[in-house]
Design a protein around this ligand. Structure first.
Ligand code: PMP
Length: 413
């Protein structure tokens, strides 16, 4: 019975507006990747011809990714995705605790309030172990002021975390400015501070050069681009010393041991290569779509954008692929379910938090009221999104909002 139900759900036409959670797979890439899994089955660490040809393909993927991301190929560590890459960075600091304990000082981490759970949670874990954590929240417009990061630094700060493009509201952060201030502080203080950025939502969407960003580390994920699941990368700048916790193999220069997921890594490189050529045209198209979409939404009573003045701000500060709106007092979760009945797939925010409490941490951190934050939904688009999809979305919203507001159990009045 359950099986039949899920089958019916899938054959219904769906309007997919949840690209930030995961992009629909690119069939050409997935087929090529499956063929690699079949043809290149050798373990890249094996010395025979099957192993050597698998290793060749693995290194070719590293070269392609390095060229597009603008870094050296040795600076990329393949991982299962961005969650693992983010955890690797934070957990690599564990050994620092023992070094600091001899001096009775506590190592510090400065983290922005915008971060994804895969950074936020491991940092909370280090807090329990004694690390001093400073949270720097964004302003109401969703941008973290670089000066606020600078002011949060202290002589024991070892890590600064600021994401490049936020997955919930689409705000693009001023990484270079923050990196420069952190470097200035480091020079005066004599202690190197690692600067990490989560670039998952930026890769393949906006132009990105790791060299010019100047960060020490960054993470990426293939499935956000239409590539296979289970492949991602951690960039670590040359000469950065980190104590990764994994042990047990020489893969990825012993930093992330384990037999490589070659087929998925190959797919990652191929999908990025394909998308990189289309970044400018995809951006133009998404900007046009988003502009019309926002104008239509603003005509609907009761809807506000998050941040509220997003449309009045410089549009270059926001990704045209991600939009957050709030329709109080309708709970976001309820709206997501009702929209799903019409075949529309959106989400309440980060997919990693959609069924848990505290999913509004990022939104309340930027000054949104609890009610508005609870009523927020995220609409995220991709290169395949059509104008009619967004028009249909708006027409359904117009239909369901009055119904939900009228007959709702959540309505206090
Ligand atoms: N960071 C951000 C900003 C994300 O949006 C996601 C995906 N929800 C992740 C990290 C985790 O990526 P992955 O699914 O590859 O583990």
């Amino acid at each position: 019975m359950k099986k039949k139900f899920s089958f019916i759900l899938l054959v219904m036409k769906s309007i997919y507006l949840d690209w930030a959670a995961t992009a629909p797979p690119d069939p050409e890439i997935i087929h090529k990747s499956a063929q690699v899994a079949i043809d290149y089955y050798g373990n890249p660490s094996s010395l025979h011809r099957q192993g050597v040809s698998a290793l060749y393909l693995l290194e070719e993927a590293r070269v392609i990714l390095g060229q597009i991301m603008d870094c050296e190929k040795q600076e990329l560590i393949f991982t299962s995705g961005a969650t693992e890459a983010n955890n690797m960075i934070v957990n690599s600091l564990l050994k620092r605790m023992s070094a600091f304990s001899k001096t009775a000082q506590k190592p510090g981490i400065v983290i922005s309030g915008l971060e994804h759970a895969s950074l936020w949670k491991p940092v909370q874990f280090l807090k329990k172990l004694g690390f001093q954590i400073s949270v720097v929240n964004p302003q109401e417009n969703g941008i973290v002021k670089a000066e606020k990061i600078y002011n949060a630094l202290h002589k024991n700060t070892v890590l600064v975390i600021l994401m490049l493009l936020n997955n919930e509201i689409g705000a693009i952060q001023r990484i270079k400015q923050a990196v420069n201030l952190v470097r200035d502080f480091s020079e005066n203080n004599g202690r190197r501070i690692l600067f990490h950025t989560d670039a998952v939502q930026a890769l393949g969407k906006i132009p990105l050069s790791l060299k010019s960003l100047g960060v020490d580390s960054a993470c990426f994920s293939a499935h956000k681009l239409g590539g296979p699941r289970g492949a991602g990368a951690l960039y670590v700048k040359k000469d950065t010393i980190l104590d990764f916790l994994y042990k047990g193999g020489s893969q990825e220069a012993e930093r992330r041991p384990g037999t490589e997921n070659l087929a998925a890594i190959y797919g990652f490189a191929q999908v990025l290569k394909k998308i990189a050529e289309q970044i400018s045209s995809n951006l133009v198209q998404a900007n046009e779509l988003m502009d019309r979409f926002i104008k239509d939404l603003l005509k609907c009573p009761g809807i506000s954008l998050v941040p509220e003045n997003r449309y009045e701000q410089n549009q270059a500060q926001f990704s045209p692929f991600i939009l957050n709106i709030t329709i109080p007092p309708i709970p976001g979760e309820l709206l997501v379910r009702v929209l799903d009945d019409y075949g529309i797939c959106v989400s309440t925010g980060s997919a990693c938090y959609s069924i848990k409490k505290k999913r509004t941490r990022v939104l309340t951190g930027m000054g949104l009221s609890e009610e508005k934050a609870n009523s927020a939904i995220r609409i995220s688009i991709g290169p395949d999104t059509k104008e009619e999809d967004l028009e249909f979305f708006v027409s359904i919203l117009k239909r369901v909002i009055p119904q939900l507001k009228k007959g709702s159990a959540f309505n206090k009045s």
